[in-house]
Design a binder for this molecule. Structure first.
Ligand code: PEP
Ligand code: CO
Length: 465
């Protein structure tokens, strides 16, 4: 039976829950809007706008995540650390889609598994911050919390949390979503021929020959299948693509939480796959309270400070009936910490018999600053954390079922290393992120190839695009 035909039977509605019940819990990382009336008017408007996704798409993704939990597919989730309204433009969106699709082809081909593709986009506009305010000289202003809250410029006007931005966030998400859907429906021609891939960098890698063979082999497979079909094959054009963002600004999420005909319960229809960030994952906090009542698949970031007992409580609250496809745990430990902290958490999940999809975010535990204060990440650490994650899961009798990456389709220079061995001097050349450093196009494709290389030899289970 195909995964989409198997039923996922959610068991019951969450007790004592409503889309607003989070407001009774401590809500960290929320903007302080200076004018309650203005906020209320924006939320009424937002709640009346059409949703960005549908409940059946959400349930399809849940089925696909359930498959990944069983080892029948692999989840690729990636995109910007934060989208900005200014970056809502055709080139940036199509390049980001292109790199994710190309990575997914590398993974499908190499892992011999279907890949579930989820973008960190069409709504990734809010950022958790380590401090509520920022001080420069003798001026202190609210910190920048992402374009859906305030502006990045260090002025009083820009930093004022503005409820109109909630509506703008929704419109920019809709514009992005619309373009992504159109690109996918129209067939993203670049994908069919790896000669259109930007693979100059390959010759800088010690793995040049291996990469070259991989790319040729992907090209051969695609051409072979096209020959069989007598035309470009539809399944490459109409790939499933899902969206995700951090469910951070809870007023926004609440306003997009809907009931739909012929389905019970509530859906967050601003995205397919909301996740809870590390700083807001307190089991008694507002973010967990909000997420426990919606039927979307939920991701939770798991950092090195999480204790096994805490994780067990989280499983009980977010997935009391152990439903398949419901919960993805995204660990983000850091290359130097993962060996110390991950095994006990994997054991805790196993001891509960809990169904989860484990994925690794090798970005957020590996952020550092250069001597001149530029935020960066080393490709070697990103790769190292991922390698260790595969090994630790295998050693614990568990399985790493996906990756969560911050990346862009542009040739930015924000992370150090990779085949071209970007150095600190290179960071000055094309550093564009206002938040975290992202893998660029080349580093992203290289990482996908390294995942395949790492996994080569593990038993293939199924094969399809
Ligand atoms: C993020 O994914 O952008 C993020 C802030 O991650 P974390 O919550 O894991 O720190
Ligand atoms: Co980030």
């Amino acid at each position: 039976m195909r995964s989409s035909e198997r039923s996922i039977t959610p068991v019951r509605e969450a007790k004592d829950w409503s889309p607003a019940s989070w407001q009774t819990r401590p809500a960290v990382q929320q903007p302080r809007y200076p004018d309650a009336g203005e906020l209320e008017r924006a939320l009424v408007k937002l709640a009346a706008l059409p949703p960005l996704v549908t409940s059946w798409e959400v349930m399809n993704l849940r089925r696909q995540i359930a498959d990944a939990q069983e080892g029948r597919s692999f989840l690729l989730q990636g995109g910007d650390c934060a989208e900005s309204f200014d970056d809502c433009s055709s080139g940036l969106i199509s390049n980001r889609l292109k790199v994710l699709l190309q990575m997914s082809l590398v993974l499908v081909h190499g892992l011999k598994l279907p890949v579930v593709r989820v973008g960190r986009f069409a709504g990734q506009y809010a950022k958790p911050r380590s401090a509520d305010v920022e001080t420069r000289g003798d001026v202190t202003l609210p910190c920048y919390r992402g374009d859906i809250v305030n502006g990045v410029d260090f002025t009083e006007a820009a930093r004022r949390p503005d409820p109109q931005r909630l509506i703008e966030g929704h419109s920019h998400s809709a514009l992005t979503m619309n373009f992504v859907r159109a690109l996918i429906d129209g067939g993203f021609a670049d994908l069919h021929h790896p000669e259109y891939w930007d693979l100059d960098w390959v010759r800088y890698s010690p793995l040049q020959n291996e990469y070259q063979r991989m790319v040729e082999s992907i090209g051969d497979s695609l051409r072979f299948m096209e020959t069989l079909h007598g035309a470009p094959i539809g399944s490459f054009s109409r790939v499933d693509f899902y969206t995700s963002h951090e469910a951070l600004v809870l007023h926004y999420e609440q306003a997009q939480t809907r009931q739909v005909p012929r389905q019970w319960g509530w859906f967050n229809l601003s995205t397919h796959f909301p996740w809870i960030g590390m700083r807001t994952a307190d089991v008694d906090g507002a973010h967990i309270e909000y997420c426990r009542g919606i039927r979307n698949p939920i991701g939770v970031k798991v950092g090195p400070s999480v204790k096994p007992e805490q994780l067990k409580r989280l499983l009980a609250v977010l997935n009391p009936d152990n439903e398949p496809g419901r919960l993805t745990l995204i660990h983000r430990m850091g290359a130097d910490k993962i060996e110390q902290y991950l095994p006990a958490l994997v054991e805790a999940v196993k001891s509960e018999g809990a169904r989860v999809l484990w994925t690794c975010d090798p970005m957020h535990g590996n952020t550092e600053s250069t001597n001149v204060g530029v935020k960066t990440r080393r490709f070697e650490n990103i790769r190292g954390e991922l390698d260790r994650a595969f090994d630790i899961h295998a050693a614990c009798g568990s399985r790493l079922g996906g990756v969560h990456l911050e990346l862009t389709g542009e040739n930015v220079t924000e992370c150090l290393g990779g085949a071209r061995d970007l150095t600190e001097t290179d960071l000055a050349r094309a550093y564009r992120s206002t938040v975290d450093p992202r893998l660029n196009y080349e580093q992203s494709i290289e990482l996908a190839m390294l995942i395949v290389r790492k996994q080569a030899g593990s038993a293939p289970v199924a094969r399809s695009v």
